[in-house]
Write a protein that binds this ligand. Structure first.
Ligand SMILES: [Zn+2]
Length: 82
């Protein structure tokens, strides 16, 4: 695998964080397993993992943030991908 940013080819196992925004609400998903470029630190998430992250985000947002809330004050939720 080659880094799209710096063309480096060495990746380390690591984790990353993804912010997902819905209206004024922001969901931060932490501890997502990723391949991290050994040179520049750019994270790469596997397709399967990305799909799971999206599902987790949908579930969390549907359960915890109403549409009205999402239009109100800025709200930040943090959930770990495990
Ligand atoms: Zn890189």
């Amino acid at each position: 695998m080659k880094c799209l940013i710096c063309k480096h080819t060495r990746m380390n196992d690591g984790t990353t964080i993804l912010p997902i925004e819905r209206g004024n609400a922001i969901l931060l998903i932490t501890d997502i397993p990723a391949q991290v470029c050994a040179n520049c630190g750019e994270p790469y998430i596997a397709e399967d993992t990305a799909r799971d992250v999206q599902e987790l985000a949908n579930e969390t947002l549907a359960g915890e943030i109403s549409y009205a809330e999402a239009r109100g004050e800025r709200k930040i939720l943090v959930t770990a991908f495990a």
